[in-house]
Ligand binder design. Sequence first.
Ligand code: PLP
Length: 226
Amino acid sequence: MEKETAVKNLDRIITKIEGARLNISEHHIVKIIGISKYSQASDIETLYNAGQRAFGENKVQDLKLKSEILEELPLEWHFVGHLQKNKINNLIDLNPTLVQSIDSLELAQEFNKKLEARNKKISCLLQINSAKEDTKTGVLPEEAIRIYKQILDTCPNIRLKGVMSIGAHVEDKDIIRTSFKTTKKIYDELVPLGAKYCSMGMSSDFELAIACGSNMVRVGSTLFKD
Ligand SMILES: *Cc1c(COP(=O)(O)O)cnc(C)c1O
């Protein structure tokens, strides 16, 4: 990826985000996570030089590989994929900034146990399967509040910071909007309990997600495209 392309991609995304967030409020700040799962470390470095600092991966081994290659850069790493139990310790060792994909109470408790054993605390989001799709992991919307509170009560080494969701995988914008609104409503109920991030929106739907209240977007293909 050329530096010029990286600057252009980032500018285009920031301009769209500015439009979407100012429609809500000038105080509504949106954080961009560059999802680098289909990209090489060299492209991440190019985007870093264009001004992007936060990146995300969906496989522990890829996060390890790329973060080690780029360890000299002051990057922020997010984990956004389904976490297998046998990879928990490897992920903890990488000290990610935010694990966005805690997708069950069972995983949270296992993660917490491993964190306790290492005397560490890591910030996490609870993933919600707001469109109730079989192909996606995450807790069901009607169970989200209860499970979020249970994690707060039983997992002292998890710093729970909010929720993450993937928009409905359909063409119909109204259905996608409904899935985002479902997540936002849950997030609003969790703000009094300390929730800070409502992570929703990807390359194809981040403006719609922001219009529905997202304050963290995860953009991959549109940021890294040549
Ligand atoms: C891949 C991925 C993204 C980015 O998807 P794009 O459509 O390429 O922007 C965002 N969130 C998660 C959880 C992902 O796995």
